[in-house]
Design a protein around this ligand. Sequence first.
Ligand code: 4NP
Length: 161
Amino acid sequence: MINVAFVCLGNICRSPMAELIFKDLIKERKLDLSFRVSSFGTSDCEEGNSIYPPAKRTLIMHGIPGSHVAKQISLKDVKNNDYILVMDSSNLLDMLRLTGGNYGEKIFKLCSFTHRPRDVADPWYTRDFETAFSDIEDGCKCFLEYILKEKAEALDYDRRH
Ligand code: 4NP
């Protein structure tokens, strides 16, 4: 079992989009039983809120329905996950503050796994949810490719037992 948590600021736009996109990708490849996927905000500013409607509409337009309730990440969540995938430099800095610089080996920017490392475009101010979707989808696909290579043995074992 591989535990993956996606993290953004509010947990109502980018990280729940990443959670649902990644769940869709692993379901398509029949790998859903090998992963536990969740998402969190570094802040509690949106705690308890649903996915932001324009983000939800964008997901639905791409055939990915689903829901999520926003929650703030804690140190326990960091300990309980194998990979913490943040959306941008600001999220990375917030995680550094939360962890005091520990757990660096499992905290990455999602788009660091792509051929064009970058921050996921923040749609909160630009209103450009399509670019955010495309950055996140690219990151999730490349991260999954990385995991499939890195954890091939463990995933194969999961499937046989
Ligand atoms: P998210 O988007 O971090 O992708 O969920 C935001 C949500 C709320 C705020 C900013 C970004 N905010 O400033 O309240």
